[in-house]
Ligand binder design. Structure first.
Ligand code: RB5
Length: 147
């Protein structure tokens, strides 16, 4: 599975460690930056290209990290076809995919520790959308807003 990752300065350190972790687990990574720590950089500059890559199917799923994970999720959800959420717990990490077809996991680099982040992204990446009728129905209502 090819995974896109992105972070601003608030998430840079966690992104780097998650990138190493995912590579060690055999995932192919496409990194959308930042490529160095710059306290003046802006999360939309990295998260929007990642969000577009998900929509264009250049990557299957994404992980975006900013300081809190809030800005990353706000901007990513402006891109039609992206279903992003700030995730802080294991249940939501997989249930978000199973029920809501979550395709972009957002994390707070200043909130979530490295080991917890690893568990969250593993739960996210291993989960599959169930395709259950009630979930499809709900997603259609979400998609209708994107037109
Ligand atoms: C950057 O200082 C910080 O505001 C940003 O990383 C993020 O937390 C926004 O939601």
């Amino acid at each position: 599975m090819k995974i896109g990752i992105a972070a601003d300065h608030g998430g840079y350190e966690l992104k780097e460690s998650l990138s190493e972790f995912l590579t060690s687990k055999g995932y192919e990574i496409k990194d959308f930056g930042a490529f160095g720590l710059d306290n003046q950089d802006d999360y939309p500059d990295f998260v929007i290209p990642l969000a577009n890559a998900i929509v264009n199917q250049e990557v299957e799923r994404g992980i975006a990290v900013c300081g809190s994970g809030v800005g990353a999720s706000v901007v990513a959800n402006k891109v039609a076809g992206v279903r992003a959420a700030l995730i802080n717990d294991h249940f939501s990490a997989h249930q978000g995919v199973e029920d809501d077809d979550l395709n972009l996991l957002c994390l707070g680099g200043r909130v979530t520790g490295k080991m917890v982040a690893q568990e969250l992204i593993e739960a996210f990446l291993k989960a599959e959308f169930t395709g259950a009728e009630r979930h499809m129905r709900r997603l259609e209502k979400v998609k209708a807003l994107e037109k």
